[in-house]
Design a binder for this molecule. Structure first.
Ligand code: PLP
Length: 386
């Protein structure tokens, strides 16, 4: 089978695994980094420090700004709930957008039930937030803006630099869900004032179950912990650190930094090649932006075809309709609907996402297989004859 669902998760780099297994057994560094009284703890702590640095270097941050979590879902929860709680005296209004990941949207819905006011911005047709409209929603009570960098369904890139400037001017904290952009696009947190940023290791060839919330130190951002206990991670997220996962994320980030330009060019070429192979199919619509989108995602709608039937017909090719988390439901993608797509087109969308291990011959095979499947399904469809 061919894997074209890298935006859902990636296989791990062998070098990541090789390093991780050194941190599990008695003859390795299995200790608890919080054990201050013996060398098993010290060694583990040292390894965590190294990884923290590797992760910070990828985004040009200080290692003390890295807070380990179980993944981007938890990071998004911690950022949004943590800020809302800590700054509640200052205000109770948060601005986000309709095309965010559910980990942001559902967290916001939860806060609404607690009396927080949330504005869900409607992106333009091309998926980009209209900055003028955004500014109009800012008020005295606005404490946080949460906008993702790269959309997980379409690959659309938001202008986080411009959004951050508006946030600075209005003295509002800015959270970015960068799960789909870290390791793929250059992010320099010294050059752009993002206050909080979420990402996960498993999207960049690292292990699942580990992620980071970046929390800015200058100027210092405070937040209320959501998981209480031993006071780990400077009190922001308690729990024994999973050293092997952290080491794995560190190596994954080191590799991402080293390969970022090569990966970008490689993925962009493959994605363009895939689109070239599909674009002549009748009634095919591109939901991604080839020029301004992230390089690893190609979202396409095939009119008069049910996305789910196409996925079934593609048997040996792993793709998704919408995001992995919501594809269990048969609802059309809320992201594509927010971009103004009609239900039929939103229903007929497929997300192809590629990665470092994707080959050109896999893409050639995919193009051929999609053509055959579309022909067959349309021949069966009474709507198509009309
Ligand atoms: N945010 C975005 C944009 C994502 O693509 C994902 C992954 O599905 C997440 C958050 C959640 O990440 P995780 O499953 O690692 O918690």
């Amino acid at each position: 089978p061919i894997y074209l669902d890298y935006a859902a998760t990636t296989p791990m780099e062998p070098l990541v695994i090789k390093n991780m297994i050194k941190f599990l057994t008695l003859d390795g560094t299995f200790g608890n980094p919080a054990s201050r009284s013996h060398q098993f703890g010290w060694k583990a702590e040292e390894s965590v420090d190294i990884a923290r640095n590797q992760i910070a270097e990828l985004i040009n941050a200080d290692s003390r700004e890295i807070v380990f979590t179980s993944g981007a879902t938890e990071s998004n929860n911690l950022a949004i709930k943590g800020i809302s709680e800590f700054y509640k005296k200052k205000g109770n209004h948060i601005i986000t957008s309709k095309t965010e990941h559910k980990a942001v949207l559902d967290t916001c819905r939860y806060l609404e039930s607690k009396g927080v006011r949330i504005t869900y911005l409607n992106p333009s047709k091309n998926g980009i937030i209209n900055l003028k409209q955004f500014k109009q929603h800012i008020c005295e009570k606005t404490i946080l803006v949460s906008i993702m960098h790269v959309n997980n369904e379409t690959g659309v890139i938001q202008d986080v630099k411009e959004i951050s400037k508006i946030c600075i001017k209005n003295n509002i904290l800015f959270h970015v869900d960068a799960t789909q952009s870290v390791g793929k696009l250059h992010i320099d947190l010294n050059k752009i004032k993002i206050d909080l940023m979420s990402f996960s290791a498993h999207k960049i060839y690292g292990p699942k179950g580990i992620g980071v919330l970046y929390v800015r130190r200058k100027p210092r951002v405070r937040l209320s912990a959501q998981i209480h206990g031993g006071g780990h991670e400077r009190g922001m997220r308690s729990g024994t650190l999973p050293v092997h996962q952290i080491v794995g994320m560190g190596i994954a980030c080191k590799l991402a930094k080293k390969n970022i330009d090569h990966d970008y060019a490689y993925l962009k070429d493959l994605r363009n090649y895939l689109w070239e192979g599909l674009k002549d199919i009748d009634e095919v619509y591109l939901n991604s932006n080839l020029k301004y989108g992230a390089p690893h995602i190609l979202n396409v709608s095939f009119n008069y075809i049910e996305g789910e039937s196409l996925i079934m017909a593609l048997k040996d090719i792993a793709v998704s309709s919408g995001s992995a988390c919501t594809s269990a439901s048969l609802e059309p993608s809320y992201v594509l609907r927010a971009l103004g797509l009609k239900d039929e087109l939103a229903h007929s969308s497929i997300r192809f996402s590629i990665g470092r291990f994707t080959t050109k011959s896999e893409i050639s095979y995919t193009i051929k297989t999609v053509h055959k499947a579309i022909d067959r399904l349309r021949n069966l469809s009474p709507l198509w004859e009309m």
